[in-house]
Design a protein around this ligand. Structure first.
Ligand SMILES: [Mg+2]
Length: 436
């Protein structure tokens, strides 16, 4: 027999579960906010003389070196494209004004933009320096009012215009901001997907790059609707991996990625991670494996916050607790594990002669700049190959975001007892640190 009190509690708990389920199944609403020709808008604020003219940001007019990072609307009209060399751009339009990039300024604006959006919601997910998703609440009317208020505040406080997409999931919201005019809004709700989303080319979908588009096209999948109407198992066979399933979910508007709450982004100068190891490290191979473990979490955090490091720092302590910190400038800004670890290894080898086992190790990306700010192809890097690493590491973030950190492990860690350590958890005596 249950007492009256127990019964009452059971009812209460049933109601709570019910309410919770109702909340969980309620449609998610997110906005994707994207600043229009970001660097260009900012530069025009400080240089009234270029307003309304054909100008680009990036590189150097005198030496004609570098590439176009952003173009003004008039430069775009003249056929100047982002990513082309300054030399080619000047050949297209010799009177083009070339403004060198001022990254600290853009970083300041991107932080201010995030702060403004965070006055209207509790949760955002930055994507690069000038884009972010924002979790929104309430019915559609309320959501529209919030978006209007966000656009108004960004304009009033920063003099920047943004394009906003609104939808029931992150990929549709991103599509919406791509379709929206400058300083405009585009809503792509799941219940209008047939008319508004399905006719769009499949390449418009987030993470569907050129190679995937070509594969899809070979199977007659040209629009997002074509993809949505394909059996997800078939999609997996076409792209030859599990991403197929998540691409299909994105197409049908069932993507379950959330706008995860971000760590405070106020004035982050560096992102690092250090740990006392589960056992002492005895040779270069141990050190490399440990750097991989630590670097994965910092590169993931840099990517999710839209930063790249220009400086790498390492710190270590031997088992006598003697230690030091060393740093060096990176040959190019990066947030890739594949580039951070070799740099850390080189720094380690330059400064440490093996005498005692190492007990604690740290790695830190410092002097952060907004991601995508510099991609001046170095003579020594194969840019095409690098883009593959970029998309690989981004896919890993995505899989881990959905299935947990251990869903994917680097081969180098599989040989190591270190593999049981999730570097994203604060273990050991020197947990993840941020410096402000
Ligand atoms: Mg933009």
């Amino acid at each position: 027999m249950y007492s009256k009190k127990t019964l009452r509690n059971r009812n209460v708990s049933f109601e709570n579960t019910h309410a919770r389920n109702a909340r969980n199944t309620a449609m998610n609403t997110v906005a994707h906010i994207d600043a229009n020709y970001y660097y260009g808008q900012i530069e025009a604020l400080f240089r009234p003389e270029v307003r309304g003219k054909a100008f680009v940001v990036g590189g150097d007019q005198e030496s004609r070196k570098g590439i176009v990072l952003t173009k003004s609307p008039l430069a775009k009209k003249f056929g100047i494209k982002t990513g082309v060399s300054i030399r080619d751009a000047l050949n297209v339009y010799p009177k083009l004004i070339v403004i060198p990039a001022n990254y600290p300024l853009y970083l300041y604006f991107s932080q201010r933009m995030r702060e403004i959006v965070l006055q209207h919601t509790d949760t955002i997910k930055p994507f690069g320096s000038d884009e972010m998703w924002a979790q929104l609440y309430g019915d559609r009317e309320t959501v529209r009012k919030t978006v209007t208020a966000i656009r108004h505040d960004i304009w009033k406080q920063l003099c920047l215009t943004v394009s906003v997409g609104i939808g029931n999931n992150l990929p549709y919201a991103k599509l919406g901001s791509d379709l929206a005019p400058n300083n405009g809004v585009c809503e792509l709700w799941n219940d209008e997907q047939e008319e508004k989303v399905y006719p769009l080319p499949v390449s418009d979908l987030l993470y569907v790059g050129q190679a995937t588009t070509e594969k899809f096209n070979r199977y007659g999948i040209r629009t997002i609707g074509d993809l949505a109407r394909t059996d997800p198992k078939q999609v997996c066979r076409i792209v030859k991996n599990k991403t197929g399933e998540s691409l299909w979910e994105m197409a049908v508007g069932q993507d379950r990625t959330t706008v995860a709450s971000i760590e405070s982004i106020d004035d982050i100068k560096s992102i690092g991670n250090s740990n006392t190891m589960p056992r002492d490290l005895e040779d270069d191979n141990d050190i490399r494996a440990a750097f991989y473990m630590l670097a994965e979490s910092i590169s993931e955090r840099m990517r999710s916050n839209g930063f790249e490091a220009t400086v790498i720092k390492i710190s270590l302590k031997d088992n006598d607790l003697y230690g030091f910190t060393r740093q060096t400038k990176l040959t190019r800004p990066t947030n890739l594990t594949a580039e951070l670890v070799p740099a850390a290894m080189a720094l380690f080898k330059r400064h440490y002669r093996w005498s005692k086992p190492i007990r604690a190790l740290g790695i830190c990306g410092a002097d952060l700049i907004p991601e995508d700010s510099v991609f001046q192809a170095s003579l020594f890097t194969d840019e095409k190959k690098r883009q593959k690493t970029v998309s690989l590491e981004r896919s890993v973030d995505r899989v881990r975001g959905r299935y947990g950190h251990f869903a994917l492990q680097r081969a180098v860690l599989m040989h190591e007892r270190l593999k049981s350590v999730n570097a994203n958890n604060d273990i050991g005596d020197a947990p993840t640190f941020y410096s402000y």
